[in-house]
Design a protein around this ligand. Structure first.
Ligand code: ASP
Ligand code: MG
Length: 431
């Protein structure tokens, strides 16, 4: 948190800071929200959350008031956790997990003040209006714009405003969240609504790499990347940015910088509209926990309307589809990650039943999606051979190519996924 404070201090153009929860806190809150029955265990989780905040409080010169503010939130966490142990719900989960950001912003504001910065804490629920879809709420842009102009813009003229990422509120005043990792998205929405000149995202990695360096140690940093490439990367599971983050920035053409708050001196990646180089291969992303659904119907042969019926059922149940491939009598698709849980998305029983009236339904788990991201891929010759030649020993389950000029992606079994990334990185990026 001190490092974050220094980053803010070092850039006098910083007018507004969007903070996530202290590290580890949201996970603990999710645990409570899922319902911890045993009172002793619940107490242990609460103590862990408390300890994380105590560590920061202990570094403050004048912790008294902040301590009380954090404590009162912790009290509400305790009672909500007890309620969740009887009956958990998405609404209660959002109420609980939002507390991480509500606490961290008290700490950060006080820290900034003690460093002589004219900081003020702002409750973003007064601006960030969403629908009531708890766990993955949809921002209501027109309301957010109007409220930001009314409440945030004037405040930014006199203060460095410290506010919460990840959380919002619906029309009835219930707390909502934008989905795990949503702070980046919040920051982008707020940047857009106050018409910021730039958005810096300080996360825990020094920018975007050609792939995850934990998988391929020779992965190298990318100094500059276009919005389209970066969006593909975020969508395809490079966990650096929440997938929706770049949408608002792109809409208002706000340049985005991504760097590490742990090592700010290492620099980072600029994401812009126009970039100097657009290489064929830019990066490799990996997203696991994929669920693939295959639908087969003999009636599909030369028929029309089958896919329309399938998607009507999916749409009715608000199932978001990610990748699709089709053949004459079957269609395979992967399900989008939809909520806070982070696990593999499931095809709900009700949806399966409805689909089964139409066709045969198979569901496969433990798949990972590998995405190769680059430029002009649908117009370039010969590289598919290079990619698939490299992977000749791998069993590929599904291949998507051609719809986007910026990616080629495929599914394979989780057990093979890292090796596939390593081989491809070696072949395409380390030569
Ligand atoms: N604290 C939230 C989470 O852990 C939001 C974020 O970190 O961006 O998901
Ligand atoms: Mg986070």
């Amino acid at each position: 948190m001190s490092r974050c404070a220094s980053i803010i201090e070092n850039n006098p153009n910083t007018k507004l800071v969007v903070s996530s929860a202290c590290s580890g806190v949201t996970n603990l809150l999710v645990e409570l929200a899922n319902g911890v029955q045993d009172q002793g265990k619940r107490q242990q989780v609460l103590e862990k959350i408390n300890a994380i905040h105590e560590d920061v409080l202990a570094q403050l010169k004048e912790p008294q008031e902040t301590k009380q503010q954090v404590q009162s939130i912790l009290d509400s966490v305790a009672s909500a956790a007890e309620a969740a142990s009887f009956q958990s719900s998405k609404k209660l989960t959002d109420h609980l997990v939002a507390c991480g950001e509500l606490m961290s912003t008290y700490l950060l504001t006080q820290l900034m003040k003690e460093r002589g910065i004219n900081a003020v804490r702002f409750d973003i629920r007064d601006v960030l209006r969403t629908d009531g879809n708890f766990g993955k709420a949809e921002p209501q842009l027109a309301d957010i714009f109007a409220l930001a102009q009314e409440k945030l813009v004037p405040l930014c003229q006199n203060y460095v405003v410290i506010t919460q990422g990840f959380i919002g509120s619906d029309n009835e005043g219930n707390t909502t969240t934008l989905g795990r990792g949503g702070s980046d998205y919040s920051a982008a929405l707020i940047a857009e609504s106050v018409q910021a000149a730039g958005l810096d995202i300080w996360t825990d990695v020094p920018g975007i790499y050609t792939t995850d360096p934990r998988i391929a140690p020779k992965a190298s940093p990318i100094p500059e990347i276009s919005f389209s490439e970066a969006s593909e990367m975020a969508n395809f599971g490079a966990k650096i940015l929440h997938p929706s983050t770049l949408v608002p920035a792109l809409r208002h053409d706000i340049p985005v910088f991504v760097g590490s708050s742990k090592e700010p001196e290492k620099g980072g990646t600029w994401i812009r509209h126009q970039v100097e180089s657009s290489p064929l291969f830019r990066a490799l992303a990996l997203r696991c926990n994929q669920t693939m659904v295959t639908l087969r119907s003999a009636n599909m042969f030369h028929a029309y309307g089958f896919l329309a019926k399938v998607f009507e059922i999916l749409a009715k149940h608000k199932i978001s589809v990610d990748l699709i491939t089709t053949s004459e009598i079957s269609v395979s698709l992967t399900l989008d990650q939809t909520d806070t849980s982070g696990g593999a998305p499931e095809l709900p029983e009700a949806v399966r039943k409805e689909l089964e009236e139409l066709c045969k339904v198979d569901v496969e788990h433990n798949l990972c999606l590998v995405a190769l991201i680059g430029n002009n891929m649908s117009e370039s010759k010969g590289y598919a051979k290079q990619v698939f030649g490299t992977l000749e020993d791998f069993n590929l389950r599904m291949i998507c190519y051609g719809a986007s000029p910026h990616n080629l992606c495929f599914l394979l079994d989780e057990s093979e996924s890292k090796a596939a990334i390593q081989k491809l990185h070696l072949e395409l990026f380390e030569q």
